[in-house]
Design a protein around this ligand. Structure first.
Ligand code: ZN
Length: 512
């Protein structure tokens, strides 16, 4: 008997909140991504879309696996920033709940969230949204969510959902697989599977730089979870190991293991505890290693002077817009300029006023470039230097490598400025705050990454996927720059993290 067309609601409120960053307001979401109704499905079925890839993959996998009726409600998201403004979040929840009630009864709900959102008046808005959805659709509806591996998982999120599926890669390049996995799991639920989840969260808040997955303790832990999941495939359908996002500064922070069993909650709990115990045993491996700005400037000079040495890439790690950074700190740029560095590509600096001025002057114009004229903050200081407008762009491009691959990006009026004459420092200036995780940030100006001796990026980890063809891991360096995303956790005034927590409190204990 063919399965009847199941009705599945689609929604998401996507934000990674850095508690130390400015509030994410309604206009920030509307400028980045805000869609209601059928447009979500239309967009999801395009080859290149503005949607998070897991949503597009979920829709396409549902299309490919049988009849279904999508019930698109609301999908909104903004690049990582501060807490979401509480009134706007409440309106999003109300809109989704109203849609669910109007379309009742529903067979399923797919939620594409990030999972590390904080609201101005709520420490667990992801949990609030999921609980509200569960209340609206009842316990019979299948409820599956995909989350970023930087999510902070609350017991309420686990209780509200049937399955939480986390990314397995950092840089994040498996959103398509996770969206497909969510669709297949939902299909299995339509055939009668009733999954049970277990959560074990550790008092372990690793610095972001230790959460890469190609190598190191976190990658090994994820691999272990996947191996155990395969070995226990008769009982287990998903293992997700969430590294957490320290800067959200919430009581639910901490590395968290979520295991979904086909039917038996005790099997899920057993495996979650096993994986968590392994992480705890290996906690000392979650240490950061960073380069000082002075050493980075010296290395940039050395590779510029010795053409036979491989080129290098530097992460401006304290100012990653992908983690709530402002994208406009000048520490590394100013140090390179003071040292008259050469052969440097630096991107991308978020400064709409400077980009607009460059567009007004035109290509080839020489001028005194003033960074951060819009205002200074603790970390973003005024910086001025003689520059030439090398190239201009409208800032529209399609990402080609890594996390932005096939994503349409709108960076607004953008400029490539040259400092220190030909062969000096080329700085990309953009008008929409985004982390530089794709070579297109430079290539849209006709620049060739292979021509640079050093590349500096405002990205903490995701640039590794986008720039891998030029920079294998031995040529990648994380620079200890001050800013809202510094991996040096001791520098922050934590208010809500659970304490004691490792490694901030080295003597923290945990027993399964
Ligand atoms: Zn992430």
């Amino acid at each position: 008997m063919p399965q009847q067309s199941k009705r599945v609601a689609l929604c998401g409120v996507i934000l990674e909140s850095n508690a130390f960053s400015p509030v994410a307001r309604e206009q920030d979401f509307r400028a980045a991504l805000y869609m209601e109704g059928p447009e979500i499905v239309t967009e999801a079925r395009q080859a290149v879309s503005r949607l998070p890839r897991e949503m597009a993959a979920f829709v396409q996998a549902m299309d490919a696996t049988g009849p279904w009726t999508p019930v698109p409600l609301l999908l909104t998201g903004c690049p990582p920033w501060g807490p979401i403004e509480g009134g706007f979040f409440a309106r999003c929840v109300a809109r989704i709940v109203a849609g669910l009630r109007a379309e009742a009864p529903l067979d399923g709900v797919y939620i594409a969230n990030h999972g590390a959102m904080v609201a101005t008046d709520d420490g667990d808005p992801d949990g609030t949204l999921m609980a509200a959805i569960r209340e609206a659709v009842g316990t019979d509806a299948a409820m599956v969510t995909t989350l970023d591996l930087h999510a902070n998982i609350s017991a309420r999120m686990v209780a509200a959902t049937d399955a939480i599926i986390g990314y397995q890669t950092n840089p994040h390049v498996d959103q398509v697989q996770r969206g497909e996995e969510a669709a297949l799991l939902m299909r299995q639920m339509f055939f009668g599977m009733r999954p049970r989840q277990a959560l074990v969260r550790l008092p372990l808040v690793p610095p972001s730089t230790t959460l890469l997955t190609a190598a190191g303790p976190y990658g090994e832990l994820i691999d272990y979870g996947q191996r155990r999941s395969r070995e226990l495939a008769g009982d287990i359908v998903n293992v997700s190991v969430f590294g957490n996002f320290a800067f959200s500064d919430t009581p639910k922070n901490g590395l968290a293991v979520v295991v979904t069993a086909r039917a038996d909650g005790e099997k899920a709990a057993g495996l979650a505890t096993e994986i968590a115990a392994r992480a705890w045993q290996n906690r000392a491996a979650f240490r950061r290693e960073m380069m000082t700005i002075g050493d980075a400037v010296d290395l940039a000079a050395a590779v510029a002077n010795e053409p036979q040495r491989p080129a290098v890439i530097f992460s401006d790690a304290g100012d990653n817009p992908g983690g709530g950074g402002e994208g406009r700190t000048t520490w590394l740029l100013a140090a390179l300029a003071a040292a008259s560095a050469s052969g440097v590509y630096y991107g991308a600096f978020f400064d709409p006023e400077l980009a607009a001025e460059a567009h007004g002057l035109g290509e080839g114009a020489a001028f005194d470039a003033v960074f951060n004229r819009a205002g200074e903050t603790e970390f973003c200081k005024r910086f001025e230097a003689k520059a030439r407008v090398l190239r201009l762009s409208d800032g529209e491009m399609v990402g080609r490598l890594g996390i932005y691959r096939n994503r349409l990006m709108k960076l607004g009026p953008s400029a490539a400025l040259e400092f220190g004459g030909t062969g000096g420092i080329i700085v990309i200036v953009i008008s929409a705050r985004q982390q530089t995780a794709d070579p297109m940030f430079f290539e849209m100006f006709g620049l060739d990454i292979a021509q640079a001796r050093s590349v500096c990026v405002k990205s903490r980890g995701h640039f590794r996927a986008g720039f891998a063809p030029w920079f294998p891991s031995g040529q990648v360096f994380e620079v200890d720059t001050a800013g809202l995303t510094s991996p040096v956790l001791e520098r922050f005034q934590w208010r809500n993290l659970p304490r004691p927590v490792y490694p901030l409190d080295p003597d923290t204990t945990w027993t399964p």
